[in-house]
Design a protein around this ligand. Structure first.
Ligand code: ZN
Length: 264
């Protein structure tokens, strides 16, 4: 499905949730400065380090940002836009559509996009908080003229949703940093994975998808992957991916627009 000379597509994506993640996990966290600070580490410390790594690696990424997080950290969002990366929708308050009516879900998607549009970018992609879609999500995205969704786990190739214009860029929990590295209440008993464990999992999945010529979408969170030791691992992993012949490392928008042009 790829252009001549391309064997596999890769999107390095970041969900810049900032404090909205902790409030989504438990609304009581709004009164817990330490929990909120874990989220704030993303925009405050991780983003400058990540932007510098992406620049060194000459990689353009897609940043999915809840509207509320963008309102709370506008300078950081400006720096992401200035560096040439894509902004994409991630709701307004990082609330899963499971708990929302159709009208509330539409409000979340469009309000989030309105905030990001104020940074003079066109927002055409959407990742739901926690990947969850409702029965209405895809038709809402169609009605709102989005181009792509990156939430589903039923393929390793981009596809077009049935009876829809929306292109899906499939994800998987195993390619999400939060699953391996994320930590905090209520899951205190969870083990934090080592970099080499994640390197082994991501490396094997990349090589498998490369072999069959699919698409690999990595979901990372600045507050998680942005720890200095993990960024060294990410740097090395990006080098490993780029060393393969015929790898197209692009933004979600680039890959989705290409997929849309070749998928019927
Ligand atoms: Zn998120």
């Amino acid at each position: 499905m790829w252009p001549d000379g391309i064997q596999c597509g890769v999107c390095f994506t970041f969900d810049l949730d900032a404090e909205t993640m902790q409030i989504d996990i438990d609304p009581a966290n709004i009164d817990r400065p330490t929990q909120l600070s874990q989220g704030r580490y993303g925009p405050r410390v991780a983003i400058p380090l990540i932007l510098s790594l992406l620049d060194e690696r000459n990689v353009k990424s897609t940043f999915f940002i809840p509207g509320k997080a963008a309102e709370d950290h506008p300078k950081v969002v400006e720096s992401i836009v200035l560096a040439g990366h894509e902004l994409a929708g991630h709701g307004y308050t990082h609330t899963s559509p499971e708990s929302l009516t159709k009208a509330e879900e539409e409000e979340q998607i469009s309000r989030g996009r309105t905030v990001l549009s104020q940074f003079n970018v066109e927002v055409v992609g959407y990742r739901s908080p926690s990947y969850e879609l409702s029965a209405d999500s895809v038709s809402l995205l169609d009605d709102l003229n989005f181009c792509y969704s990156t939430n589903m786990m039923d393929d390793i190739f981009p596809y077009r949703h049935p009876d829809s214009e929306i292109i899906e860029l499939p994800v998987q929990y195993l390619l999400d940093d939060w699953v391996h590295f994320g930590y905090g209440p209520p899951a205190w008993e969870k083990k934090i994975a080592t970099n080499s464990e994640v390197r082994e999992i991501w490396g094997a999945e990349f090589e498998g998808i490369y072999k069959v010529g699919g698409l690999i979408v990595l979901t990372m969170h600045p507050q998680v992957i942005g720890r200095p030791g993990r960024l060294q691992f990410l740097d090395e992993f990006m080098g490993f991916v780029a060393a393969h012949e015929g790898v197209w490392i692009g933004t979600c928008r680039e890959i989705a627009e290409y997929a849309k042009s070749v998928l019927s």
